[in-house]
Design a protein around this ligand. Structure first.
Ligand code: UFG
Length: 327
C-alpha cells in the first residue's frame, strides 16, 4: 500500500513515517520544510519538498504517484502564534486542506487520516473528555482544526471520500531508536523545555500558574508518546481500508499529570535538580485535559505502549541529550 504523508518531516509526521516504513508500507512524503527537517525523513521514504497550497505541485505528485491513502500533518500548530497571527492559521491549515481535498477528489483518492487536537474542546465540561463532548475552542489553532474536521464532514458527504480525525492530547517523547525526536523553533512545549535545564540550555523552568483547582495548583495534561500516536495513524488507515466509516477519535493515555509532576519525573530521569520559577498563568490554558480514548481502543484496537511518564520522558531525554541543537 502506498501512503502519502503530508508534513512527514515534522515531529509527529516523521515518527509516523518511521512506523509506516517498519510496517512495510511504501511511503511518499511532502513537506515544505518551514518547520520540518529533511534529516527527519526516513531514508526509505520518497521525499518531495513543496507546499500543499500549491495545487499544480500537488496535482503533479498525485498524478505521478499511485497513492492509496493520505495522512495529513501539514499544518501550523502553535497556540500562542495562532492568537497573534490568525490569518497564517486560516491560510496554512484551512486553505492548505481545501487545496488538498480538491486534488484528492480529482484524483479519486478516497481515504485520509489527519491530525486534530484536544484544543478543539476548549475548557472541558467534564473529565475524561469523550469525542461527543462540546467543542468550543479557546484559541485560533483549535478553531482551524475544528473547521478542518467540518470541512471533511461535508466533503465526505458529497464525494467518495472517508476520513479519520485524530484528536491528540499532549504529544511527547521521541523514537527509541534515537534518530528522530522533537525539534521546534521556538520551543513552547513543557517536556522539551524542562529538559533544556539539565542540557545546560536554560537555568530554570517557568511554571505557568500555581492556583489552578488541581492537586498541586498546576495544570494537568494527558501526555501521550509520539510512537503511540504514530501507531494510531496506521490503525486508522487500516480501518478505512477495511471499509470503516468516517470517524473521530481522541488519543491520550487517560492519565493526567500536573506540571510539577512532569518536572519531578524529569528530575528523576536526568538526575538534575531542575530549578523552577513560578509565574502567572498562561492565557488560554485549560486547567485539566484528560482524554477518554476508549473509542480508539475499541474501534481501532489501539493500545498505547508507553503508559508511564518516566519511560516517556526517558525517550525524550535520550534524543535531547544526543541532539542538544535538534537536527
Ligand atoms: N507549561 C509551563 N511552563 C512552560 C511551558 C508549559 O508551565 O514553560 C505548562 C502549560 O501552561 C501547560 C502545560 O505546561 O499547563 C503543558 O503545556 P504545553 O505547551 O506543553 O502543551 P499544551 O497543553 O498547552 O498544548 C498541547 C499541544 C497543543 C494543543 C493543546 C491542546 O501542544 O498543540 O495541547 O490543548 F493544542
Amino acid at each position: 500500500m502506498r501512503i502519502l504523508v503530508l508534513g512527514g518531516a515534522g515531529y509527529i509526521g516523521s515518527h509516523t513515517v518511521y512506523e509506516l516504513v517498519d510496517a512495510g508500507y511504501e511511503v511518499i512524503v511532502i513537506d515544505n520544510l518551514l518547520t520540518g527537517f529533511k534529516e527527519a525523513v526516513h531514508p526509505q521514504a520518497k521525499f518531495y519538498e513543496g507546499d500543499i497550497r500549491d495545487k499544480i505541485f500537488l496535482d503533479n505528485i498525485l498524478s505521478k504517484e499511485k497513492i492509496d491513502g493520505v495522512i495529513h500533518f501539514a499544518a501550523s500548530s502553535q497556540v500562542g502564534e495562532s492568537m497573534k497571527n490568525p490569518l497564517k492559521y486560516y491560510n496554512n491549515n484551512l486553505c492548505g486542506t481545501e487545496v488538498l481535498l480538491e486534488s484528492m477528489v480529482e484524483h479519486g483518492i478516497d481515504k485520509i487520516v489527519f491530525s486534530s487536537t484536544a484544543a478543539t474542546y476548549g475548557e472541558p465540561e467534564s473529565i475524561p473528555i469523550l469525542e461527543t463532548a462540546r467543542t468550543l475552542p479557546t484559541n485560533c489553532y483549535g478553531e482551524t482544526k475544528l473547521s478542518m474536521e467540518k470541512m471533511f464532514k461535508w466533503i465526505s458527504k458529497a464525494h467518495n471520500l472517508r476520513y479519520v480525525s485524530l484528536r491528540y492530547f499532549n504529544a511527547c517523547g521521541a523514537h527509541p531508536n534515537g534518530k528522530i525526536g522533537e525539534a521546534h523553533n521556538p520551543e513552547t512545549h513543557l517536556i522539551p523545555l524542562v529538559l533544556q535545564v539539565p542540557n545546560g540550555k536554560r537555568e530554570y523552568i517557568s511554571v505557568f500558574g500555581n492556583d489552578y483547582d488541581t492537586k498541586d495548583g498546576t495544570c494537568v495534561r494527558d501526555y501521550i508518546h509520539v510512537n503511540d500516536l504514530a501507531q494510531a495513524h496506521i490503525l486508522a488507515m487500516e480501518y478505512l481500508s477495511k471499509g470503516g466509516e468516517s470517524n473521530i477519535f481522541n488519543l491520550g493515555n487517560g492519565v493526567g499529570f500536573t506540571v510539577k509532576e512532569v518536572i519531578e519525573t524529569a528530575r528523576k530521569v536526568t538526575n538534575h535538580t531542575i530549578p523552577i520559577r513560578e509565574e502567572e498563568r498562561r492565557a488560554g490554558d485549560p486547567s485539566v485535559l484528560i482524554a477518554s480514548s476508549e473509542k480508539a481502543r475499541k474501534v481501532l484496537g489501539w493500545k498505547p505502549q508507553y503508559a508511564d511518564l518516566e519511560t516517556i520522558i526517558s525517550t525524550a531525554w535520550k534524543w535531547h541529550v544526543n541532539h542538544p541543537d535538534g537536527y
